[in-house]
Design a protein around this ligand. Structure first.
Ligand code: ATP
Ligand code: MG
Length: 275
């Protein structure tokens, strides 16, 4: 594992701890850089200091974004506002600036919608980046394939010299894992979602989800085509499932790097880009 990813892991684990046990009060008077990640399954507000050290992160489930588009503008606004107020109470002061990110390939007016949500919640938007670039910032990478396996989709972005040179988004993600688990066990989708995240049941459910992971591998293979990609960096919540990296390595023949806390890579990268 390269030095940058090892460092990123330390920071990511700190953030996970902050999400699980948010401090009641933080006495910090320096500059706060905030990042808002509007995902299909989760909305995250992360804050770092001027040296990009994590200060706080809040996460709320939400279904306000679908297929890379804000489908519930008012709902999104409410959740971001709620997280802003909560964060400001912990810091005991206003947090003015935030960055946000859009899925790769998002066009002009749709970018404005993401920006308007964050602005409408009371932030001044300093920067709008694309999600894979935000992830690459945190991981300290200039080249390689960022594969973001989220709730509804898998995003594939190829980076060369620090720039995104190719991007694609396909409708396979965590919800498809839920579908096969629910079908296999004859249970509801909601129950399947819980069981999927239970480390004690991973041996039981993993064989069921292998075909979905293999589909994700073939999506990666189809898209990297002519690019001389060697390394895949896994991000997004679904990448957290234990064993996904081995299946992807076998089916793609690529080196798979999986940071700890894959769900938090992009949100934290967004906060770092608040400048
Ligand atoms: N520990 C875990 N094991 C397996 N899956 C997980 C785990 N934690 C979260 N997930 C899954 O990750 C998905 C959400 O990931 P993420 O927050 O990256 O998606 P999103 O950004 O909201 O969606 P998208 O990228 O599709 O727009 C959900 O399907 C959830 O079930
Ligand atoms: Mg996402």
């Amino acid at each position: 594992m390269n030095k940058f990813v090892a460092n990123a892991n330390i920071v990511l684990n700190e953030v996970a701890e902050l999400i699980d046990n948010p401090p009641q009060k933080i006495d910090y008077q320096g500059e706060i850089k905030a990042g808002v990640d509007l995902g299909t399954a989760n909305l995250v507000l992360a804050a770092v200091d001027k040296d990009n050290k994590p200060l706080l992160a809040l996460c709320e489930p939400g279904t306000v974004v679908r297929d890379g588009l804000v489908v519930d503008y008012i709902g999104a606004l409410k959740i971001v506002k709620k997280m802003k107020i909560k964060m400001e109470a912990i810091f005991n002061r206003e947090i003015k600036y935030a960055a946000t990110a859009v899925p790769p390939g998002t066009g002009g007016r749709d970018i404005d919608t993401f920006k308007n949500v964050v602005q409408g919640a009371g932030f001044t938007v300093k920067n709008v980046v694309d999600e894979p670039s935000a992830a690459a910032t945190l991981l300290g990478i200039e080249r390689g394939v960022v594969v973001d396996i989220g709730g509804g989709t898998t995003g594939i972005s190829i980076l060369e010299d620090g720039k995104v040179v190719y991007t694609a988004d396909e409708a396979t993600g965590g919800t498809h894992l839920n579908l096969v688990i629910a079908g296999g066990l004859g249970i509801s989708i909601e129950k399947a979602e819980k069981i999927k995240r239970d480390p004690d049941r991973i041996d039981e459910i993993f064989p069921m989800v292998i075909p979905v992971i293999e589909k994700i591998a073939s999506i990666i293979n189809n898209h990297i085509g002519k690019y001389k990609a060697e390394t895949v960096y896994l991000v997004g919540g679904t990448s957290a499932i234990d064993g996904i990296e081995e299946v992807l390595a076998k089916k793609t023949g690529l080196k798979i790097v999986k940071p700890s806390q894959t769900l938090l890579v992009t949100p934290l990268g967004i906060a770092i880009n608040c400048e």
